[in-house]
Design a protein. Structure first.
Length: 194
């Protein structure tokens, strides 16, 4: 097994040349995010993700000793509005013990995946507190549920405009991957034939 510590120069090179955003194939209505990635020449691809809507990898770089793509335990969950989040948290049609979003966050926690929640509403917290959303959830119940989820499962919650969503997704994933690379101590050698 080969373990390696990257220098700051190597980390900058990897982030510039080999960082790729993975977008869950079920992610919808995200053209504004894709437009940001395209405009800023951010590499991305669609692939099924079990936890979150976006994650990031460092693609293989054999000349630097990275013989296979490196995946990182970090993801971004995007909600396109406070209404969507309220709807997700108040699902009554779900027949299991807890709602789908919470089950996803529980799985991520079990796998030690750091989740960032991005909600496309720059005044989202104010809208929650004043009940400006479509749901039967009372503001107190909604705020309580969100606060509990933040404490239990989320690394960060960001309220932002649609125009800044791509920037926030990239920022969170870029710096998470950067920090993982600085602390990396994993086998990066070639896959051995069995």
């Amino acid at each position: 097994m080969l373990h390696y510590k990257f220098s700051d120069t190597e980390i900058k090179k990897l982030l510039k040349e080999n960082l790729k955003i993975i977008i869950d194939t079920r992610e919808q209505k995200n053209q504004h995010v894709l437009d940001y990635f395209d405009k800023n020449k951010i590499k991305y691809k669609n692939q099924k993700i079990d936890e979150g809507d976006y994650t990031a990898i460092i693609t293989a770089r054999p000349e630097m000793g990275i013989y296979r793509d490196l995946y990182f335990p970090v993801a971004v969950e995007r909600k396109n509005s406070i209404d969507e989040l309220a709807g997700n948290l108040a699902e009554e049609t779900d027949t299991r013990d807890d709602i789908r979003l919470i089950r996803e966050l529980q799985r991520a926690k079990t796998k030690s995946i750091k989740i960032h929640l991005i909600i496309e509403d720059p005044n989202g917290m104010e809208h929650i507190k004043t009940g400006k959303y479509r749901s039967l959830y009372s503001p107190k119940a909604f705020l309580g549920r969100l606060s509990s989820i933040q404490d239990l499962y989320l690394h960060d919650t960001i309220f932002t405009s649609n125009a800044n969503t791509g920037f926030e997704i990239y920022r969170k994933l870029y710096y998470s991957v950067r920090n993982f690379l600085k602390e990396l101590d994993v086998d990066i050698g070639p896959v051995e034939n069995e």
